[in-house]
Design a protein around this ligand. Sequence first.
Ligand code: CMC
Length: 431
Amino acid sequence: MAEASKTASLTIDGQTYELPIHTPTVGPDVVDIRKLYGQANVFTYDPGFTSTAACDSEITYIDGDAGILLHRGYPIDQLAEKSHFLEVCYLLLYGELPTADQLEDFEHRVTQHTMLHEQMAFFFRGFRRDAHPMAVMVGVVGAMSAFYHDSTDITDPWQREVASIRLIAKMPTIAAWAYKYTIGQPFVYPRNDLDYASNFLRMCFSVPAEDYQVNPILSRAMDRIFTLHADHEQNASTSTVRLASSSGANPFACIAAGIACLWGPAHGGANQACLEMLEEIGTVERIPEFIARAKDKNDPFRLMGFGHRVYKNFDPRAKVMKQSADEVLELLGIGDNPKLQVAKELEKQALNDPYFAEKKLFPNVDFYSGIILEAMGFPTSMFTPIFALARTVGWISQWKEQISDPQLKIGRPRQLYQGMTERDYIDVENR
Ligand code: CMC
């Protein structure tokens, strides 16, 4: 980190403290409070980390007001249009777009690791049939540390690299098998002659009695969904991965922690919740009723797929996703899909409503993704696993960046204690 060129002054009880200000390559300045507690005996208070940078990073930049998302400097819309998921994985992991040779080598390495240890099939079978695929993924990814001992030593760069490739390569197989298990169909093994997205679609939809013919337009749409979800700076699941990794935990444990966090409906679970909401709304006539509920402070209902902690203008991923939804549904001959019609009208009415405008609430990436995934044949329970599959590269890139940082410290937030002060224990008969 470069030497701070500016300082901020903080005065507490007449005593002034100078706090260094760091200037990023782009984005707002950051006040460095690391020495504040030692010097002034105060903590800062920021539940939800709304104003706190927890690390420095070179991977992803978001300007929420301008609706900008850059991976290693490249805008997401350019990557979604011109690149493809494995190339974006390389970019996130290594910092630059690959040359043709580097890309070929990377794709080869990922392809060579798509199979799971055969014993893992038994591990899947230990779950109940009706388990949510996210529950299965948390368990199976966590269990990878029991199967791949040769890639758990985080101090060895070679092992870190192998763990990264393994996770990116095996996640589609794990997600597809989690799905197959819950519907009672046999596991489909990966095929190395298929690209990443086509292979995943085939592992989900092929059965021994009938092979699945991958439609290149659907495979392209799947790849784009992966690309749009690949990384998103220090969101809740990424921060969870970083916090877990700060203790020196192995990579599989850290990614399992990220998957568990992603599952929540305020985060990755929103795509499932959004489609269920569109289903519940059912017809455009009922939209005003749901908008009224979303605005009612006494009703916990929120418009799922709407709003974002960082984007306060528009979510650039949502634009590409909406276009993809139109293309895919058109291709499948279901352009008049009732959920798409409800979604479009809901978006229109919400954007014209002062409540949503004042609070800067816009459709996010999850608003249209569920419609595409459903049209492809995925049940809602698979939406968040697909998000997890795609986000794995982001988690790994952030994990690698963190553990390569010589300044790495275990994460340990402080608190504003509001509990009892010290008191004496009372024997049970006297309480
Ligand atoms: N519908 C209705 N009102 C909303 C919504 C919504 N979807 N989102 C926020 N608000 C209101 C909220 O009630 C609050 O109002 P007030 O200031 O009067 O109390 C105000 O807007 C600010 O909300 P917040 O919860 O303080 O904002 P946040 O930055 O903490 O939350 C969010 C961001 C994404 C969790 C939230 O907008 C939300 O719950 N959205 C629905 C779930 C969703 O779509 N999540 C996916 C996020 S994108 C993918 C991902 O990151 O995984």
